[in-house]
Design a protein. Structure first.
Length: 95
């Protein structure tokens, strides 16, 4: 599945949701550094998007940082989520 996503990525390099999905799959495989590359692209490409897209990118980046024990960076990602959607209880529970 990951290979198919990567093949599709070459055709649609700016697809923010694809970067999020690849990042999440890599997280589940324990490839946190690689996941960070895709999630960073997603964060950057969703900055001017709908808040929900930017939220998903930042939230998954926060989880990725937590898996690597990068707590300050995780906190920054979750705080970005709260700025986007202040009433989101899932982000608040991660803080």
């Amino acid at each position: 599945m990951l290979e198919r996503l990567k093949q599709n990525k070459s055709q649609t390099d700016n697809d923010k949701k694809l970067n999020i999905n690849i990042g999440v799959i890599l997280q589940k495989q324990g490839q946190f550094k690689k996941a960070e590359e895709y999630l960073q692209k997603a964060v950057e490409s969703t900055a001017a998007s709908a808040p929900e897209d930017n939220f998903a990118a930042n939230f998954n980046m926060g989880l990725n940082h937590m898996h690597q024990s990068h707590h300050d960076q995780a906190l920054a990602s979750f705080n970005a989520c709260l700025l986007l959607l202040p009433s989101d209880s899932l982000s608040q529970s991660q803080l």
